[in-house]
Design a protein around this ligand. Structure first.
Ligand code: PXG
Length: 289
């Protein structure tokens, strides 16, 4: 396995950063999780745009242009001869002295690209749907730590994940600071009722998969809306599913003990899964290995 580290390809054992890296010391950095399907990097430009927006907001100055960053991702896939891959692109503010002030960093962000095989959820989960719960930990409030930033600071989600695990679930709904449904620990959430596909407008990451699903729905004459959503609306929805780069589209059939719809993946969810697979099979940045 060859890891991209600041413009060089190095072996896994040599792919190291300093213990003084502020990404490690303070979670001061950003990341993206990207996938390639059969030699096509799905939504590469959108992922890179989001990364640069996060870095802009965090005032991390990257030494590469977005185009160069995209080329680095593709090079990493080629170097590792991977046609179907999960790519983890990590940027940290870099090495610095102790103290959380970013000015203590030496101005050289670390750029890491890891390309590996993806571990998929078991297929039964997609056929039967999953059960999730709501956890007590609310999603970070946007004014404090905007969930739009895909930063290395994932403790909010990790605490929620621990609560989900303690309750016996692998994924969980996180509410926003007002008590509305925000998203799950690593996925966005959608509900369907009366032909309308709805997803929270606020308090969540602007997921790339979320945006793809909204666009696919609109193209296929399915009405969509982004708005405030309550738990009651999730309980009483006809269908529910989660979206994310890793999970793709995964049906949800039970929330906090309540069956959603008839308790099996619904027709619109199944249709969107089909449309999504068609999109990943033909759209993307092509590369040859
Ligand atoms: N919400 C949160 C909090 C996320 O972290 C999503 C929604 C879905 O966004 P995308 O852009 O992927 O549709 C995410 C994404 C991992 C892993 O290793 C996590 C994500 C993506 C890929 C891998 O756990 N989270």
């Amino acid at each position: 396995m060859k890891i991209y580290l600041n413009g060089q390809f190095v072996d896994r054992e040599k792919a190291t950063v300093s213990v003084f890296d502020h990404g490690l010391l303070y979670g001061d950095g950003a990341f993206e999780g990207i996938r390639s399907y059969n030699g096509l990097v799905f939504m590469l430009e959108e992922h890179i745009t989001r990364l640069y927006e996060t870095c802009h907001s965090m005032m991390i100055m990257l030494p590469l242009t977005p185009k160069q960053m995209m080329a680095a991702v593709v090079d990493t896939l080629k170097k590792n001869k991977l046609k179907d891959a999960y790519i983890r692109l990590v940027v940290t503010r870099g090495e610095g002295d102790l103290g959380l002030d970013p000015k203590k960093c030496y101005g050289k962000p670390n750029i890491i690209i890891i390309a590996g095989k993806i571990t998929l959820y078991p297929p039964e989960l997609y056929e039967k749907g999953m059960a999730i719960c709501t956890v007590p930990t609310p999603r970070n409030m946007p004014e404090a730590m905007n969930p739009r930033l895909k930063s290395l600071n994932y403790l909010n989600n990790i605490l929620a994940k621990i609560e989900a695990g303690n309750a016996g679930f692998s994924e969980a709904i996180m509410l926003d600071h007002m008590g509305f449904v925000a998203e799950c620990t690593g996925d966005n959430i959608f509900i369907i009722k009366n032909g309308m596909l709805s997803t929270p407008s606020q308090g969540c990451l602007k997921g790339i998969t979320r945006d793809v699903v909204l666009a696919l729905a609109q193209k296929n004459k399915i009405k969509t809306e982004e708005r405030f959503i309550t738990r009651h609306e999730v309980f009483t929805a006809e269908e529910c599913f989660l979206t994310g780069t890793a999970a793709e589209i995964i049906p949800v059939v039970k929330v906090d003990g309540r069956l959603v719809g008839s308790g099996v993946p619904g027709p619109m969810t199944k249709k969107l899964i089909k449309l999504f697979h068609a999109a990943t099979a033909k759209l993307g940045t092509a590369y040859k290995i």
